[in-house]
Design a protein around this ligand. Structure first.
Ligand code: HEM
Length: 226
């Protein structure tokens, strides 16, 4: 995204990005709790919600608002290294949308969440009673392997999500840049002028796409291919 020097209140995140973010946080917490408690009656539906949120976010990353698009915030190694050098500086540059380093954590989190959902769909537990809705498509051994990987990816997710929250807190406490407020309100204070306008796509398009993705996930888990 365009690099800008700090005045004017600018909308940087659309409602879809914000709702999906906090939805992912809530679903992640429910999935974590329900796996620990072995509450598969809650774990599976929460997994379908997570699948819908992550798949929608990926679609929105292709057709959504400027700051949501992968093509706008995923940058090459040079930009990431250039930004990383400013990471420890007191305030550093201000960005509209994700900075090049933050973009890496976004891609890692979404990628791991997608892998986690896919593994969960085909996972088989030891007695094959509490299995994912697509477990019948793979052998028992592959389903067990998927279940082990499901546990491993969850460990990785805890590490990456933990680093993500620590980075956000580092920005807030050390660099005195509040990233959390904008992820709640959508607005951020930025220097006037000297930036490209942020194009927002209609929330109705987001809602239509979300309903389509939710319907596809619902169909997949209620009428799985035989
Ligand atoms: C309560 C803890 C959390 C806080 C305060 C928080 C805060 C934030 C903030 C401020 C951003 C925007 C960063 C930026 O300006 O570039 C962000 C982005 C993101 N966070 Fe979190 N986060 C939390 C937990 C999580 C968890 C647990 C996950 C996933 C497991 C997660 C996944 C993401 C993703 C995927 C994005 C990219 C958003 C997008 O572009 O759609 N976050 N988070």
């Amino acid at each position: 995204m365009a690099r800008v020097p700090p005045g004017e209140r600018v909308k940087v995140w659309d409602g879809a990005v914000r709702l999906v973010h906090w939805g992912i946080v809530a679903a992640f917490a429910v999935l974590w709790w329900s796996s620990g408690e072995r509450r598969m009656d809650i774990h599976l539906p929460a997994g379908y919600v997570m699948a819908t949120l992550v798949l929608f976010r990926i679609v929105w990353g292709i057709v959504g608002s400027d700051t949501a698009r992968f093509s706008r915030f995923v940058r090459g190694p040079a930009a990431v290294l250039g930004y990383a050098r400013t990471f420890l500086k007191p305030r550093g540059a201000l960005w509209v949308g994700h900075n090049p380093l933050g973009a890496l954590s976004v891609v890692a989190l979404l990628g791991l969440l997608l892998a986690q959902v896919a593994l969960g769909l085909v996972s088989v537990d030891t007695d094959a009673i509490e299995s994912g809705p697509l477990a019948h498509l793979v052998s028992f051994e592959t389903g067990r392997q998927a279940a082990r990987m499901h546990g491993l990816v969850f460990d990785l997710l805890q590490i990456v999500a933990g680093l993500h929250v620590l980075a956000v807190l580092y920005y807030l406490i050390v660099k005195r840049i509040d990233l959390i407020g904008p992820m709640v309100t959508g607005f951020r204070r930025l220097p006037a002028g000297n930036r490209r306008p942020v194009r927002m796509v209609s929330p109705w398009i987001a809602l239509a796409l979300f309903v389509l993705v939710a319907a596809a996930v619902w169909l997949l888990v209620t009428h799985p291919p035989r």
